[in-house]
Design a protein. Structure first.
Lengths: 400, 281
């Protein structure tokens, strides 16, 4: 074959462009298959979509950087319809039919517990993002990536009351209003003990069923009790419904916390301003000081908008999913293995720096006891800002 | 001991939520009692109405959106009646088919508006009045008035007009009514259309008073079913009165005992009525 000038130029060009290609095209061989389920429909769907968008961004980026161990990563996602029983079936299928190399986290306590049972049966590693009752996580190859402590019922109330003590008027009397949704109920039970130890006075303590439609009488009871601070053992849309009911009777508690509110709908509510809530990450410095994380926040905003997610800032939900993938990438890269037992052994002995702090698993049941990576945020002028502890506070943010 | 203000405000709260139960139950009661169609999709239609109100509220006043939704839903109700008459001839089948339809509408809502919570921003939400120690908000009051007007008007229509007499005759004995010239088919379309139009109004009230999410369609089913059954199938005023009874009982339960007991109230009342007045069923 004669090599003429044109062919030589073409070959040279091809070689140069290959060298300049992004990692995605350099990742070669059989893909590493990672399987998981998320609630894309059903009551948890509004949160499931956040996890999906986050994971897609991470996997895209990972493949651009060359994948894992030089192999492309294929994420196999199934819709568990927010149902634990379906989660169990899906994880069984992922392992036996899809023959995935690794598992990634489902969402929410009940679904994680269902997936954990399957992972245990097949000796698979399970990272999980949102398990609310750590004492139930007994499987030795489960690893939380949410940054939660082994004893959140102790750590979180203390964190919140520490933050509340920094309010312009530190509270002395507390009204506890909590949903019976398992995780927030568990934390509120801990709050009762913590407030006694801190010498605070409980002036109201009531529970309601998750899915309650009418918060009018509950709002009236809080108003009647006249507390300095409302402990809302609430999640999802309940804080909004409760605050709307309070607005109708012209009442606003002097201070308030709602553990895990849906972030979007509260933003524009005047009566929600000043509310405290728990978080691990908010889209402001110092979290976004790392350019890679700042880039993720930017891309997430665009993709979330495309997906029709109303609240497009990265916060707790997207951060924990991102952390799950950071942990998986760190463990696989460090061990150069996809063997579940090898990865689990590595995780037990090592730490992983994620976007909201450094995760470790050297305490009881692979948790850490007595401390965690959670922070307290406050809604200020339509924006959630971390206000406590101060090293994570937004620049210039003060408790109001 | 709960204060008088707490009890009074709770009673008001119960009346307002009861009005919404009644408004949601009105269409369900008519289609169930008169057409023998247990239309679970009624709840999905109400939420669809709420979402359309939410969507249009950027350009139109929420009340003006009724000009769009009521006729649209009337036609949708007639189409649903055609479908159910043709493909789901008995009551159990209507239940199954409309449950499927509910899932389809829920999926459609989720596709268009996402599964996230949607809250309609409206200046009406800021309007409230203080009457002595008690507060009344504009959205709650409007819901109450609309429920009373629509249930009252429907009751009068059934009680005093030829249309109502024909509808009652059809409910009693369709074949005999037909022998006397009652056009069962046409009546069925009108009643089904009206039921869906009432869902549109209930949807607007839902959007005014509540935050919307597709999954909440199911949260209202149990209690509204109880209101319809306690109020009497085919009755226009029954669901509203039963709604008041359930709403006030729930609210007082929440005010004086553990709020976790409140969801038991509607079904306890239903069971009590089944035990003591079985002839109603």
């Amino acid at each position: 074959m004669t090599i003429n000038r044109r062919r030589a130029l073409a070959a040279g060009g091809a070689l140069l462009s290959t060298l300049a290609l992004p990692g995605a095209l350099r990742a070669q061989g059989k893909p590493i298959r990672i399987g998981s389920s998320l609630p894309l429909t059903g009551p948890l769907a509004s949160l499931g979509i956040i996890h999906k968008v986050t994971a897609e961004i991470y996997v895209d980026d990972l493949n651009k950087r060359g994948g894992l161990l030089g192999r492309p990563v294929e994420w196999i996602l199934r819709d568990d319809q927010s149902k634990p029983e379906l989660t169990r079936t899906i994880y069984e299928q992922l392992i036996t039919a899809d023959k995935v190399d690794l598992l990634q986290s489902p969402y929410a306590t009940a679904n994680i517990l269902a997936g954990m049972g399957v992972a245990q049966r097949y000796n698979k590693l399970l990272l999980h993002t949102s398990f609310g009752i750590p004492r139930l996580a007994k499987y030795e190859m489960q690893f939380p990536v949410s940054g939660s402590a082994f004893d959140p019922e102790n750590v979180w109330p203390n964190l919140i009351f520490d933050a509340a003590a920094r309010l312009p008027k530190p509270p002395k009397t507390i009204a506890i209003v909590t949903s019976k949704f398992p995780s927030v109920h568990h934390i509120s039970a801990g709050a009762r003990e913590v407030l006694k130890k801190r010498g605070l006075q409980s002036v109201l303590d009531i529970e309601y069923e998750f899915g309650n439609r009418d918060f009018g009488p509950i709002a009236s009871r809080v108003k009647d009790a006249n507390p300095d601070f409302l402990w809302g053992g609430t999640n999802g849309i309940d804080p909004v419904l409760m605050l709307e009911a309070m607005k109708r009777i012209d009442y606003r508690p002097p201070g308030q916390v709602h553990l895990f509110p849906a972030p979007g709908p509260m933003l524009k509510m005047p009566e929600a301003q000043g509310s405290l809530a728990l978080t691990t990450f908010e889209s402001h410095p110092p979290f976004t000081d790392d350019p890679k994380i700042a880039q993720f926040v930017k891309v997430y905003g665009e993709r979330a908008k495309e997906a029709g997610i109303p609240y497009t800032a990265v916060d707790l939900q997207s951060a924990i999913m991102y952390a799950a993938w950071q942990v998986m990438e760190a463990a696989v890269s460090a061990t150069k293995s996809t063997d579940d037992k090898t990865l689990a052994a590595w995780l037990k002995k090592n730490e992983v720096k994620c976007l909201f702090g450094t995760l470790s698993w050297n305490g009881p049941q692979n948790y850490v006891e007595g401390r965690d990576l959670y922070k307290v945020k406050q809604l200020q002028q339509g924006q959630w800002k971390v206000v406590h502890p101060s090293e994570w506070a937004a620049p210039g943010a003060k408790m109001v | 001991m709960p204060s008088v203000t707490l009890l009074g405000q709770s009673v008001l709260s119960g009346i307002f939520i009861g009005a919404l139960y009644g408004l949601l139950g009105l269409g369900l009661s008519l289609s169930w009692g008169m057409l023998r169609q247990v239309n679970l999709a009624h709840f999905a239609l109400a939420f669809l109405g709420g979402y359309i109100t939410f969507q249009l509220s950027g350009r139109l006043d929420p009340f003006v959106t009724l000009v769009v939704t009521v006729p649209l839903f009337f036609v949708a109700g007639m189409a649903l009646h055609w479908f159910l008459s043709r493909y789901a001839p008995d009551m159990l089948n209507t239940l199954l088919v409309t449950f499927g339809l509910t899932s389809i509408i829920e999926a459609g809502i989720q596709r268009i508006w996402t599964a996230d919570f949607m809250r309609m921003e409206s200046h009406y939400g800021d309007i409230r009045w203080k009457l002595g120690a008690f507060y009344v908000s504009f959205p709650d009051l409007v819901t109450l008035l609309l429920a009373m007007i629509l249930c009252g008007a429907m009751w009068a229509l059934i009680r005093f007009t030829d249309f109502g007499r024909a509808a009652r005759a059809m409910t009693e004995d369709a074949a005999m009514a037909a022998a006397f010239g009652v056009n069962e088919k046409r009546l069925g379309y009108v009643i089904s259309g009206l039921a869906a139009a009432f869902a549109a109004v209930a949807g607007m009230c839902l959007a005014l008073t509540h935050t919307l999410a597709p999954v909440q369609i199911y949260a209202w089913m149990g209690v509204v079913f109880a209101a319809v059954m306690i109020g009497g199938l085919g009755s226009a005023m029954g669901p509203l009165l039963a709604g008041f009874l359930i709403g006030v009982s729930e609210a007082l339960t929440m005010a004086v005992t553990a709020p976790t007991w409140a969801p038991l109230v509607s079904f306890t009342l239903l069971i009590a009525i089944i035990l003591f007045r079985p002839a109603r069923f």
